[in-house]
Design a protein around this ligand. Structure first.
Ligand code: G4P
Length: 283
């Protein structure tokens, strides 16, 4: 899904989340485990306000495990509990209910003391496009809930999706915008495939990605492309990968678009191993 975010859309998205907050006990803020910072909405604290929140680092199967742990510690140090999940296989799903119960323990005890009958926890999933919101809802619901976009003039009733006996989710997640005015964030989102259509230039994204891999994952880069050494010049690195992988044009020239496409496809499909693009020192 590609959404062009204009101020009007952002205001509407924000309003929709704010309205739903009244119906729920807890917000599940879905982020991409490869980009725990860049895949967050820049105004999330303001939007969620004092509603209890659980950060779910989704696509943890694609991320660098050690860094996922570091990011979870970072969230914890900032008072936000988090869980690493993989919505495609269901890893971490049980923990979501368990940790939510822990976070809301006092609230539910207070309600019980007032004589309110025990009810399931109500939650809303929020996150930027492509972070895995629908996949997570379907995984938790154990069935396929069809995606519905916002159709002008059509008001659809809120539906609750039951997750066992102890949790209910709103079936339409809150879709929020990324911090796209930051160029580096844009590159990271594009490199991981979070921005699908090439808003940015393909070669520029590949240059960013290869420089990033050279700095942080040189071993994985060398292994994938059989490089004895990583050339210092980015152009030379492109040439070597292009040559090795047969991304050529007529006349024996390297096809840089083809090389860029190949590198990005391989990054996104885990061929270069597990990668995390956000680093704690960048905060
Ligand atoms: P959204 O509702 O937040 O917009 O995201 P959605 O669930 O549609 O998920 C976006 C893509 O991410 C989907 O791939 C989905 O399969 C994938 N995905 C979601 N959760 C996980 C996860 O935990 N691990 C992995 N590896 N992938 C996950 P898709 O539809 O095939 O799109 P794409 O592969 O063409 O990007």
């Amino acid at each position: 899904m590609t959404i062009q975010w204009f101020p009007g859309h952002m205001a509407k998205a924000r309003r929709q989340v704010t309205e739903k907050l009244k119906l729920i006990d807890i917000v599940y803020e879905l982020v991409d485990a490869r980009l725990p910072l860049s895949s967050r909405n820049p105004m999330i604290d303001e939007i969620v306000q004092n509603k209890p929140r659980l950060v779910l680092l989704n696509k943890a199967d694609l991320a660098d495990k050690k860094l996922t742990e570091e990011w979870m510690k970072h969230f914890k140090d900032n008072g936000i509990p988090s869980i690493a999940v993989d919505s495609q296989t269901g890893t971490g799903m049980k923990q979501i209910v368990a940790v939510s119960k822990e976070i809301l323990k006092e609230k539910f005890e207070r309600l019980a003391a007032k004589g309110v009958r025990h009810r399931p926890i109500r939650a809303l999933i929020v996150g930027i496009p492509n972070v895995g919101k629908s996949t997570l809802i379907n995984r938790l619901a154990k069935k396929n809930i069809t995606k519905t976009g916002d159709r002008p003039g059509v008001t659809t009733a809120q539906q609750w999706v039951k997750v066992g006996k102890e949790l209910e989710l709103l079936d339409t997640p809150g879709i929020l915008w990324p911090k796209f005015e930051d160029e580096l964030v844009g590159y990271k989102l594009a490199a991981t495939g979070a921005i699908k259509d090439a808003i940015l230039n393909l070669q520029e994204i590949a240059v960013f990605a290869l420089k990033f891999l050279t700095e942080y994952y040189p071993g994985q880069l060398q292994e994938r492309y059989g490089l004895e050494e990583i050339p210092e010049e980015i152009g030379d690195l492109f040439d070597e990968i292009g040559k090795k992988r047969g991304c050529m044009m007529a006349g024996g020239y390297i096809d840089y678009d083809k090389t860029s496409e190949l590198v990005l496809r391989e990054i996104r499909s885990e061929k270069l191993g597990k990668l995390t693009f956000d680093r704690l020192h960048e905060i």
